[in-house]
Design a binder for this molecule. Structure first.
Ligand SMILES: CCCCCCC/C=C/C(=O)SCCNC(=O)CCNC(=O)[C@H](O)C(C)(C)COP(=O)(O)OP(=O)(O)OC[C@H]1O[C@@H](n2cnc3c(N)ncnc32)[C@H](O)[C@@H]1OP(=O)(O)O
Length: 212
């Protein structure tokens, strides 16, 4: 599930609620769609903060659902609709943002991380790819070499390394939700931030092709 709360400054706070790590179960994916739609259709809401319950942003796809057939909304359109939102969406990353959890944060327009947060794309360790936009959004944000390192090793990075790499916009030792709310208020009314275009790979004797 995802809980919807109105917070000061004309903002909506969306909290993923699926203990223990707020993994992206069917109910959480549907909850994101429902709460985002509520925030976007309310003219009083000028921006959105997205966080996870119990100070854990999101541990990724819900591995408890891997045994059965895929049900409910897919991650890709769910995340695409966040990226396409005309109101700023800021991820408040506490605890972990792993796999689909980091891909969710990458679909947001801004990311604030708590100093103790860990981020990564560990899909490769499960024999999967970050197939919910991570292979596109991460290279656009931090460049191909750094993105390939994270995608192919599955290693977790600290909040400080994530800041250095350009994955997050700010690191705080305070309440990441409050810092995210401050940022959302300061950019509300501005055009949503978009990622730079995909890098074009040029190989001798071949026409350039787009990485997608
Ligand atoms: C079919 C096509 C799908 C395409 C989509 C592809 C895109 C997305 C893919 C993914 O997201 S794959 C999943 C990626 N995430 C992970 O691999 C995270 C795995 N978990 C961990 O690394 C650790 O558990 C942790 C989150 C760092 C927490 O570590 P900690 O040492 O603090 O606690 P643990 O004892 O390991 O775990 C606590 C508790 O949480 C449960 N859990 C952890 N991750 C998940 C998860 N992703 N889904 C569901 N449950 C999860 C874990 O099983 C423990 O549960 P209990 O044993 O306490 O019941």
């Amino acid at each position: 599930m995802a809980r919807y709360t109105r917070i000061p400054g004309s903002l909506a706070l969306i909290t993923l609620t699926n203990p223990p790590v707020n993994a992206l179960s069917v109910a959480v994916r549907q909850g994101i769609i429902d709460t985002m739609s509520r925030a976007l259709s309310d003219p009083e809401v000028k921006g959105v903060v997205l966080c996870g319950e119990n100070r854990k942003f999101c541990g990724g796809a819900d591995i408890r659902e891997f045994a059965g057939p895929m049900k409910g909304p897919h991650l890709v359109p769910t995340f695409d609709s966040i990226e396409a939102a005309e109101k700023p969406v800021v991820a408040a990353i506490e605890g972990v943002a792993l796999g689909g959890g980091l891909e969710l944060a990458l679909a947001c327009h801004y990311r604030i991380a708590h100093v103790k947060a860990r981020l990564g794309l560990p899909e490769v360790t499960l024999g999967l790819l970050p197939a919910a936009g991570g292979t596109q959004r991460l290279p656009r944000l931090i460049g191909v070499p750094a993105a390939l390192d994270l995608i192919t090793t599955g290693r977790h990075v600290s909040a400080q390394e994530a800041l250095k790499l350009g994955i997050v916009d700010r690191v705080t030792d305070g309440d990441a939700r409050e810092v995210a709310a401050e940022l959302a208020r300061s950019v509300s009314g501005q055009a949503s931030r978009t990622l730079p275009p995909l890098p074009v790979l040029r190989v001798a004797h071949l026409s350039p092709f787009r990485l997608n």
